[in-house]
Design a binder for this molecule. Structure first.
Ligand SMILES: C[S@@+](CC[C@H](N)C(=O)[O-])C[C@H]1O[C@@H](n2cnc3c(N)ncnc32)[C@H](O)[C@@H]1O
Length: 214
């Protein structure tokens, strides 16, 4: 299911802040050289992440799911001068590209890039976090949320990507067991019923769940 027509998306992109040269480079290189380039946030979502970050002015950001570093650099745009972004990805093969592009960015000294499984790394992170972006394996979204909520400061945000899953969350489940859709349905329901947060499901791109800790 297409959530936004190509024409509207192009119009919205044409009337939003353009990508920086480095973000355009990451976008292009990812599409040319990396598997599954659709995973990259892209211009519109990148601008949303940057805008939220600039509004919050975070000291500490956690990202789960670095991929080629696009969303990480967008999130960095709002960091305080003494702030840091810690970003985690399990894909060792992406490390050289990601490290090189982070070095080319103005935020190189503020980024802590860890390669490994998020469930192994998060329990040892002290927090507190002002902003968390969940964008890794869908089956673990709820586990990530539960692990980090106590480490998010009151008023801090958790943003989770792909919660509409190309519209599959409103379609009949296929006969074949679809663990990602099932996990996202459960996650959305879980956040919706969680009295510890105030939440908004933003139907932009593939859907972003935004939960603000009370
Ligand atoms: C959708 S991509 C992230 C896209 C990126 N945030 C962006 O917008 O440009 C998901 C990433 O999560 C990573 N990932 C999947 N499962 C993971 C896990 N258990 N721990 C850490 N990273 C994981 C994948 O290797 C992949 O690079």
């Amino acid at each position: 299911m297409e959530l936004l027509s190509k024409e509207i998306e192009a119009y919205a992109e044409a009337h939003s802040e353009p990508e920086s040269e480095l973000l355009r480079f990451i976008n292009r290189e990812t599409h040319l050289k990396v598997l599954r380039p659709r995973m990259l946030s892209g211009q519109l979502q990148g601008r949303i992440l940057a805008l939220f970050s600039r509004l919050i002015r975070p000291v500490s950001i956690l990202e789960i799911g670095t991929y080629t570093g696009y969303s990480a650099l967008c999130l960095c745009e709002g960091l305080q001068p003494n702030g840091t972004l810690l970003t985690i990805d399990k894909n060792e093969e992406l490390r050289p590209f990601v490290e090189e592009t982070f070095l080319r960015s103005p935020f190189a000294s503020q980024i802590d890039f860890r390669v490994g499984k998020a469930l192994d790394i998060i329990p040892d992170l002290p927090g507190p976090f002002d902003l968390v972006f969940i964008d890794a394996d869908k089956v673990n979204y709820q586990a990530y949320y539960d692990l980090i909520l106590d480490k998010v400061r009151p008023g801090g945000l958790i943003m989770a990507d792909n919660v509409l899953w190309s519209g599959k969350v409103v379609q009949p489940l296929p006969d074949k067991y679809d663990k990602d859709t099932v996990a996202l349905l459960a996650f959305n329901q879980y956040v919706q019923q969680d009295a510890r947060v105030q939440n908004l499901l933003l139907p932009v791109r593939d859907g972003i769940m935004i939960a603000q800790k009370i």
